[in-house]
Design a protein around this ligand. Sequence first.
Ligand code: NAD
Length: 257
Amino acid sequence: MKLELAGKVAIVTGASRGIGRAVAEVLAGEGAKLVLVARSADRLEALATSLAVDTIVVACDLREPDAAARVVGCAVERFGAVDVLVNVAGATKRGDFLELADADWADGYALKLFGAMRLCRAAWPHLRASRGSIVNISGIGGRTGSADFTIGGTVNAALLNLTKALADRGVRDGVRVNAVNPGSTLTERLRARVEALASEERIDFADAEKKMAEKLRVARFGAPAEIARAVAFLASPAAGYCQGVVLDVDGGATRTL
Ligand code: NAD
């Protein structure tokens, strides 16, 4: 199946590591031109150097209100268009609901909801012109609540609703908007949680990984590239009739409809 992404201009946030980096690598493999966004300029530059496609790097903090417009401005200045926006950046604090402070909530929402919303808004006129698409990376916690993931779960649910709302508008404007819900995916963030469990229970990494996977009732954790391939499909014209789709890529973790 041809994804027809060659020469398309894609903005990928959270591209310095984990799922965002894997998305950048898969899109580059399809021949897309990339706008790589995250906080770490060094990591983004290193990634850009390793990719065999035209890229620009925009290092910024997406919690800042003017960052999204700057990212889109850089993309248009360099490439003259935006065809794809993939919102990956997100970091929400886990923990006991009674211990989480207002500042933790504000911080989680500032990046994952407001950052993504502002990018959608800034990129929209360009996506309308190119008949492009958006893929929002949410998370299975948006469908299924859990006690120690109140910030992440609610922000993911909000992002899923925004996906549906913009997909509704996109019918009129010719912009496709879809979401991917990753399940537990072995990035640095999850690796740190597995390492913490391993040291807490005095077991090795592989046993801790197995224990966590069993608790989630999945056979194993996902690889970032497995999420990225689903993103590339939804972003591409090959998914031309996918509008407002919420795709769980979670190894079967979500058992509800
Ligand atoms: P990660 O922590 O490895 O990477 C996060 C990326 O976001 C990095 O590139 C980081 O630089 C960037 N970022 C963080 N704060 C930023 C800020 N203020 N401004 C700009 N960029 C910023 O995360 P990951 O595990 O790859 O997860 C990526 C996305 O997938 C997140 O939205 C996360 O909620 C979601 N997700 C991940 C999992 C998982 O198991 N890894 C599961 C469900 C959902």
